[in-house]
Ligand binder design. Structure first.
Ligand SMILES: C[S@@+](CC[C@H](N)C(=O)[O-])C[C@H]1O[C@@H](n2cnc3c(N)ncnc32)[C@H](O)[C@@H]1O
Length: 271
């Protein structure tokens, strides 16, 4: 099931009684788009896992640097941001528009609040659009009339899979990555940002703690499992590395306590 909303009509319904990943993430980032259930959930995550706030910020910084690199160095002008969430600042279109105000960004998320938040994001129906879809259903994203009308798949595009595939179980994450790669034309990109289990940093323990809190899937994958998500792509320099080591700049946190819990890579479809 998908839906699009670009600011007209009534916003979609939001269940405020249960925590949502998007709103818990917003709370961890210090945002304002959350309710009591989200705050309670986020506080219990922080109690067990005090590095969660740093990890959320590392995630955002990787997304920012990914878009800067793609729009700046690679010259990409079309982005599909999967699992965009609803942070109030630093969203992909804000970053891309600093480089080219005509760059197009399609936000996709299954949380209805992300659609209602589209107005705040500045979704204007011209350079930014928002779509409600489960990204595990790749066809629902790529074949949706909004996507078809907005994104030209014959031109280079970048799919931003930052902080999304680790919310999926094993077969779903690999299947989703695989079908995204199939959909990419030669010269298009997939940015991966993902929790990593490097064998020493405690990712699986955090995963287990969060699973028992009923907050959904938080899957820490090994380097090898992450490499498999990039099958079919040329992984560009510096390769698959800790997130903060991927093209760091002067804003990148250098002393993040969650440094070894997050990984990143940029893949390009050969051809
Ligand atoms: C950690 S948050 C946002 C991460 C954001 N992309 C970033 O890099 O900062 C993850 C988002 O993925 C969304 N999400 C999780 N599973 C999803 C799915 N199967 N389909 C669509 N969105 C999903 C959640 O609603 C949430 O907004």
């Amino acid at each position: 099931m998908t839906d699009d909303w670009s600011g007209a009509g009534d916003p979609p319904r939001v269940d405020v009684t249960r925590p949502s990943t998007a709103r818990v993430f917003d709370y961890l980032l210090g945002g304002r788009e959350h309710f009591a259930a989200d705050r309670r959930a986020a506080e219990s995550v922080l109690e067990r896992f005090p590095r969660a706030g740093h990890l959320a910020k590392d995630t955002r910084d990787l997304l920012r640097r990914g878009v800067v690199h793609l729009a700046g160095t690679a010259g990409v002008r079309q982005f599909i941001d999967l699992g965009s969430g609803l942070p109030s600042t630093g969203n992909a279109h804000e970053v891309a528009h600093r480089i080219d105000p005509t760059a197009r960004v399609l936000y996709v998320d299954h949380d209805p609040m992300v659609l209602s938040h589209a107005r705040t994001l500045g979704t204007d129906g011209k350079t930014t659009m928002a779509l409600s879809a489960d990204v595990r259903d790749t066809a629902a994203v790529f074949d949706h009339p909004v996507t078809r009308g907005f994104i030209d798949v014959d031109r280079p595009l970048a799919v931003l899979a930052s902080g999304i595939l680790h919310h999926m179980h094993d077969p779903a994450a690999a299947a989703t990555a695989g079908t995204i790669v199939e959909r990419l034309g030669p010269g298009s990109y997939l940015l991966l940002g993902h929790f990593v289990d490097d064998g020493t940093s405690g990712g699986p323990q955090i995963e287990a703690a969060i699973r028992h809190m009923g907050l959904g899937t938080y899957r820490y994958r090994t380097w090898e499992e992450l490499r498999q998500l990039l099958d079919g792509l040329d992984v560009l320099e510096p390769g698959l590395v800790y997130g903060n080591e991927w093209h760091p700049d002067e804003l990148t946190p250098t002393d993040s306590p969650s440094h070894t819990l997050y990984a990143a890579a940029l893949g390009r479809k050969p051809g």
